[in-house]
Design a protein around this ligand. Structure first.
Ligand SMILES: *Cc1c(COP(=O)(O)O)cnc(C)c1O
Length: 412
């Protein structure tokens, strides 16, 4: 992934910017972090798993830490070590390590790097204690209770035994159970009965932990949707991922999308009525029209399943994506010359998606067009090694160097 921090924007070389550009605006991440931090009295953990859902884990982490977050959360120990490698020294929690071969080694690395780990089973607990003993340190654990997802948390029937075993580990000096965590399955629907059950189970789990002699000071259940819709479930720490990236699953808070994907038209052609377009000839021009070709496709994270529904913005107007989105190419119906978008030539930069402020399609629309959630589209775009990435810092040195809307056109 090529990444360029623009200071100022116009100073970057123009060559790679002639192709598709994925612009990551960290000031949006900063604003979202501050807006979400204002909605809770608890500590805020910025979840930057999966490379910050594709936006860049270190960039998102640093920005979030500068605007209200005090913790970082990731899935794997390797992701946590990458943050440490970047010199970030705030508390970091990793919550998913396969037990069995490799687990002790992963935990040794975690303990040495001062990374907290979530512990869902007795096997994980034993591995963590072994790792702590090997390196002669006390490991920081967050016992993870399943609060209704039936995924990676401890089954309730094994919880008391896990708490008792963890307390024994504490008394041996190997472990410090600093936290207890849960995760809710239907957080996007605050009225779903599973939330009530999950919240109740979490409180029950905290009681069991206390009875076992543990005193976890960090108690966390809420991800973005819960933070924004279930204030009673914040406990002492909330874990927020997608919200930092501008998505409020419940639509209660105006957040800003940090991503903009633009691409130049490679060519523009005039076609006759009846001309079939793209693989499978899934669409044929109903009338004479002009087609524009964009050099992006599903290899760049544009979901193929959005074919036939998606739109892009050309010169301030929405134009439909026609035919099937291919691995590297997408065709857009520009209409007849003289119609809405007017005269368009190859090289014209098209907005595939953005925050929506100028009427361009948003991530949420792309998710709807492809029948998925925004996080999946984000991860797909972010994982593309081919999109040229431009990272705009959260605090541009002066307002004049701040990219105006469409500012990228001037450098392409
Ligand atoms: C991904 C994840 C989060 C963050 O969820 P968002 O909905 O993105 O805020 C929090 N906790 C756990 C355990 C997760 O896996």
């Amino acid at each position: 992934m090529s990444a360029v921090a623009l200071e100022p924007v116009g100073a970057t070389t123009s060559t790679p910017l002639a192709g598709p550009v994925l612009r990551v605006d960290l000031s949006a991440v900063a604003a979202n972090t501050a807006a979400i931090a204002a909605r809770t009295d608890t500590d805020l953990m910025a979840v930057v798993k999966a490379d910050g859902m594709g936006l860049g884990a270190v960039d998102v982490a640093r920005t979030a830490l500068a605007h209200g977050a005090g913790w970082l959360g990731v899935t794997t120990v390797a992701e946590a070590l990458a943050l440490r490698g970047a010199g970030i020294d705030v508390p970091v929690l990793s919550w998913l390590t396969p037990s069995g071969a490799g687990c002790v080694e992963a935990y040794v690395a975690a303990v040495l790097a001062d990374v907290d780990v979530a512990v869902p089973t007795a096997a994980h607990l034993a591995a963590l204690e072994q790792a702590a003993t090997l390196v002669g340190r006390t490991a920081r654990a967050h016992l993870h209770l399943d609060t209704g997802v039936a995924r990676d948390g401890c089954e309730p029937q094994r919880w008391a035994a896990l708490c008792t075993a963890a307390r024994a580990g504490e008394l041996r000096g190997a472990l410090d159970v600093v936290g207890v965590m849960g995760h809710l399955p239907c957080s996007e629907d605050p009225d779903h009965p599973s939330n009530t059950t999950g919240r109740r189970r979490f409180r029950w789990g905290l009681g069991v932990a206390t009875t076992a002699g543990l005193s976890p000071r960090h108690r966390h259940l809420a991800a973005t949707a819960v933070v924004l819709s279930q204030p009673g479930a914040h406990h002492t720490l909330v874990r927020v991922g997608i919200g930092l990236l501008g998505v409020d699953p419940g639509d209660t808070l105006a957040l800003t999308a940090p991503l903009t994907l633009t691409a130049p038209l490679v060519m523009v052609r005039q076609v006759r009525a009846g001309t079939p377009v793209g693989y499978g000839a899934a669409w044929s021009a109903p009338a004479r029209t002009r087609l524009g070709l964009l050099p992006v496709g599903y290899a760049d994270g544009l979901p193929r399943s959005a074919s036939g529904r998606a739109e892009v913005m050309v010169r301030g107007r929405r134009c439909p994506v026609v035919g099937r989105i291919a691995m590297d190419q997408t065709v857009v119906d520009l209409g007849e010359a003289g119609e809405a978008v007017g005269h368009v030539e190859a090289g014209e930069r098209v907005t595939v998606l953005g925050p929506g402020a100028q009427g361009e399609p948003t991530l949420a629309e792309w998710a709807r067009w492809s029948g998925t959630i925004t996080a999946e589209v984000l991860c797909g775009l972010g994982a593309s090694a081919r999109l040229h990435r431009v990272v705009v810092p959260a605090h541009p040195p002066t307002t004049s160097s701040r990219p105006a809307t469409g500012g990228l056109r001037s450098v392409s």
